[in-house]
Design a protein around this ligand. Structure first.
Ligand SMILES: [Zn+2]
Ligand SMILES: [Zn+2]
Length: 373
């Protein structure tokens, strides 16, 4: 038998002498000198150093492929990117009233009412199931969220997880929103649109997932750390998480909805952060958004008190700088007015006879949050 031909290339890892035939795909994509590795192990081990070559190349040419050049006065470094076309939902899946027209008529009909729905056991089971599917989709998004992956690719993962469970991604076409979840990066507070921007080392990414299953909605979100994130951002993300959990602790029958804001403000203001005022938690169930309205800041005048059978979200948006927000010219993406970062966590909660149940709770299979590693 003929002797196996030894490749002319040597492994890019200087500590390795082995011949190498595996080429770094990112180098190829960026048009760099080919970098060879002997195998996946050296490629992985040497990655922290090797990736710096990619970064330099990107800085040299300015990685602006896919950026929408619209002349908008952005408040921070983030820019709009191209978005992909709308994803389909199979015909057999039950859809909300806005799926075609964009108009949630059932919600619009009850606007102005102060009534807070009390759900029956049967309805609660429906919302519980929607919440379980939401949790699965959020965990799938979390597993997919890595440096170099676009939020559009995560949209595909979220969309497919939801429709595999015969459910509908609630954000899709809600007031004409074009995607199946909201992706809010860095200075985006909420309602970011998944697009073609690859996630960058050091980003923070909030994925907000809502699911409609057999007539019931659920709603939850988490903020993930992408790659190596600055300590200041970790503190911000941790503050948003802890503020939500502290607010949940006070929830039980008889508590006024306006009390939630004080718990959140007290926790995060102590750390020098601020609470967004424009966007609030909300009732969720038969409708995507309904009563109660749940502001997250101290001194709010929200109506009503908690009663067994109420279902609503708490979803504090916490800013590193000032609380003020503004809207991008896509009419969805809400960003901080000062361009500093913002973080958020959200759960769907059920008030029980003696406390509250987190319907969207993490499970044993949920990838651990980076802030807890
Ligand atoms: Zn949400
Ligand atoms: Zn929500």
């Amino acid at each position: 038998m003929e002797k196996e031909e030894i490749p002319a290339q040597k492994c890019n890892n200087p500590e390795c002498e082995k011949p190498a035939a595996l080429q770094c795909p990112t180098c190829i994509k960026l048009g760099l000198e080919p970098a060879f590795f002997c195998g996946q192990k050296c490629f992985k081990d040497f990655w922290p150093l090797h990736k710096l070559f990619h970064k330099k190349k990107k800085e040299d040419k300015g990685d602006d492929s896919g950026i929408v050049n619209d002349g908008f006065k952005y408040t921070g470094p983030l820019r709009r990117y191209e978005i992909s076309k709308k994803r389909d939902v199979p015909a057999h899946i039950q859809k909300p009233d806005y799926h075609k027209t964009g108009q949630p008529l059932s919600e619009i009909k009850v606007q102005g009412s102060k009534h807070i729905p009390v759900y029956t056991d049967e309805e609660i089971e429906g919302i519980r199931l929607a919440s379980k599917i939401g949790r699965m989709a959020l965990d799938a998004a979390h597993a997919a969220a890595k440096v170099g992956v676009t939020t559009d690719e995560i949209d595909r993962v979220v969309h497919e997880t939801i429709i595999e469970n015969d459910a509908y991604p609630s954000p899709l076409n809600y007031y004409n929103f074009p995607k199946s979840y909201c992706s809010s990066i860095n200075e985006v507070i909420c309602h970011g649109i998944p697009d073609m921007r690859p996630l960058q080392d050091g980003d923070i990414l909030n994925c907000d997932i809502s699911v409609y299953k057999d007539g019931y909605h659920s709603d939850l979100n988490e903020t993930f750390l992408i790659g190596d994130v600055a300590e200041s951002s970790k503190t911000l993300v941790t503050a948003a998480h802890d503020a939500l959990m502290k607010a949940i602790e006070i929830c039980k029958p008889g508590v006024m909805y306006r009390q939630i804001g004080k718990v959140i403000s007290d926790h995060v203001e102590e750390l020098g952060f601020s609470v967004v005022r424009t966007y609030c938690g909300h009732g969720v169930g038969k409708l995507f958004h309904c009563n109660p309205n749940v502001p997250h800041y101290k001194g709010n005048k929200a109506n009503g008190f908690m009663k067994a059978g109420h279902i609503f979200t708490i979803e504090p948006m916490i800013n590193a700088g000032k609380w003020k927000d503004l809207l991008w010219n896509d009419n969805w993406t809400a960003v901080t007015a000062d361009g500093q970062r913002s973080a958020q966590f959200e759960h769907t909660l059920l008030i029980t006879d003696d406390g509250c149940e987190i319907l969207t709770a993490r499970t044993e299979d949920s990838p651990p949050l980076e802030i807890h590693l």
